[in-house]
Design a protein around this ligand. Structure first.
Ligand code: 5RP
Length: 216
């Protein structure tokens, strides 16, 4: 089965976690776009969504799903998002779509984080996918030098500005044997807004195609 079909299946499968009358946290990306399509089929059963990006907000609104501000909803029961890499402990690299900061806020504010991936994103060790780090624009060069001191190879994602008005550095050729520590180490650099490692707060459930993956 091709990748797109796997993503579509995962998007549909995630509906099993949506409870009636709730506000659903919605991530960003091509996999989540399938989830939004699926969510639209049960939109009369939910109150609405909180979105992690302008892109997902536009899709939700196209489907007539009300979009709320997180400040007005409080904690969410469910957050559904994709990922760029997922290790056996449900720790993730995210931010390929540059929406990592709002995604991490929604994951933190939600009781359950359901992550949707296609099989190619399952890895034993995180880091082959370049790790996205959102930075304050004036700190780009300073942060890049600090990342080099930590052993990383940062590359500026030139031409990309996040929904928060910031820039992205992608850190190449990492082998993240301790992603919780790496998340903390990179996150401590002054000027870093968010590290695209979701290790301290991993996904609770990972859906690969139409299969719910067993937790380690
Ligand atoms: C966006 C993300 C996405 O979840 C991630 O890039 C996966 O995207 P896709 O489903 O298109 O492969 O983190 O910032």
């Amino acid at each position: 089965m091709d990748k797109e079909a796997q993503k579509r299946l995962a998007g549909r499968k995630a509906l099993e976690y949506v409870e009636d009358g709730t506000v659903v946290g919605v991530g960003t990306g091509s996999t989540v776009a399938h989830f939004i399509d699926a969510l639209a089929t049960i939109k009369h059963r939910i109150e609405g969504a909180v979105s992690s990006s302008e892109r997902s907000t536009a899709l939700l609104k196209e489907h007539g799903i009300p979009v709320f501000d997180l400040n007005s909803t409080g904690g969410l029961p469910l957050y559904v998002d994709g990922a760029d890499e997922c290790d056996p402990w449900n720790r993730l690299i995210k931010g390929g779509g540059a929406a990592l900061t709002r995604e991490k806020i929604l994951a933190a504010a939600s009781s359950k984080f359901v992550c949707l991936i296609d099989p190619a994103k399952q890895v034993d060790l995180l880091g082959a996918f370049p790790l996205p780090i959102e930075v304050i624009p004036m700190a780009r060069s300073y942060v890049a030098r600090q990342i080099v001191k930590l052993g990383g190879q940062p590359v500026w994602r030139d031409g990309v500005t996040t929904d928060n008005g910031n820039w992205i550095l992608d850190v190449h050729n990492l082998r993240l044997s301790d992603p919780v520590r790496a998340e903390a180490d990179y996150g401590r650099i002054v000027g870093v807004v968010c590290v695209g490692l979701f290790a301290a707060r991993p996904a609770d459930v990972v859906i690969v195609g139409d299969q719910i993956r067993a937790n380690r």
